[in-house]
Design a binder for this molecule. Structure first.
Ligand code: FPP
Length: 243
């Protein structure tokens, strides 16, 4: 593939440091082809791998993908199982990422996940902890509100134990308790599939994030679509409340 403008011409200091992606539209992609929804997730997982590698190639420091939300448990058991199995496959495959110098972290509540999945997650995090090519956060059983809640709970514990004074809790301190710490807040969140909402993804972290909503289903998403979203981001005027 010939290198795109983002790969070859754009000043690397202009690309977002942290990108979040809501990988949406797998089910509709499959339905359009009269295939089971699970085949949309399989294709989605392939696209996920391709886009992760591309993000690293163009110099993105942190990529956070929404793979499974706390609300997704309400889907039919068969579909939940297929996403969990994809995750298993991915976790095994991911050891191939070792050569790619990508630090992998899982964000979300692990308590409801199968033991073998949690074990593999921990292994992967431990093996890749010193890799510095890019950080990949995979949100599994994640909810932005739960993220804020668990942070509040742990902060309360710290205050109770006397490790922290309540009046010293500011935004910076609070952020340290979020699942995403020590990653910076996302600069850009991309949601394909035509839906224009955040669906409980990184609520605290996205206070000043730029959103790009795209009319394309995740399994059809290509490197060029990512380029388009980044170009749109670069053309935005980020003022952070100033003039
Ligand atoms: C949203 O599409 C997608 C999901 C709920 C699952 C996303 C999972 C993957 C891309 C594969 C697994 C990921 C990893 C990291 C291995 P949808 O099903 O809500 O689509 P719809 O809105 O068209 O129904």
């Amino acid at each position: 593939m010939t290198p795109s403008k983002i790969e070859s011409e754009i000043d690397k200091s202009l690309v977002p440091v942290h990108i979040g992606i809501i990988m949406d539209g797998n089910g509709r992609w499959a339905k359009k082809r009269r295939l089971p929804r699970t085949s949309g997730h399989y294709k989605g997982a392939e696209v996920f791998k391709k886009i992760t590698r591309y993000c690293k190639k163009i110099g993105i420091s942190v990529l956070t993908v929404f793979a499974f939300s706390t609300e997704n448990w309400q889907r039919p058991k068969e579909e939940v199982n297929s996403i969990m199995n994809l995750l298993r496959t991915y976790l095994v495959d991911a050891f191939g990422f070792k050569d790619e110098n990508i630090k992998i972290r899982f964000i979300g509540n692990r308590e409801a996940l199968d033991e073998d999945i949690v074990k593999k997650m921990e292994e992967l995090e431990s093996v890749s902890k010193d890799f510095d090519g890019m950080t990949l956060n995979i949100a599994v059983n994640y909810s932005g509100r739960t993220d804020v809640l668990q942070a509040a709970r742990r902060l309360a514990e710290s205050v109770k134990e006397g490790a922290l004074e309540a009046e010293n809790i500011d935004e910076k301190e609070f952020s340290k308790y979020l699942y995403t710490y020590p990653c910076p807040d996302p600069d850009l969140i991309i949601r394909p599939s035509g839906e224009c909402r955040l669906s409980n993804f990184m609520l605290w972290q996205s206070a000043y994030t730029e959103f790009v909503f795209m009319d394309i289903l995740w399994p059809d998403f290509t490197e060029r679509d990512l380029d388009k979203a980044i170009e749109e981001y670069i053309n935005r005027d980020r003022r952070f409340g100033k003039i």
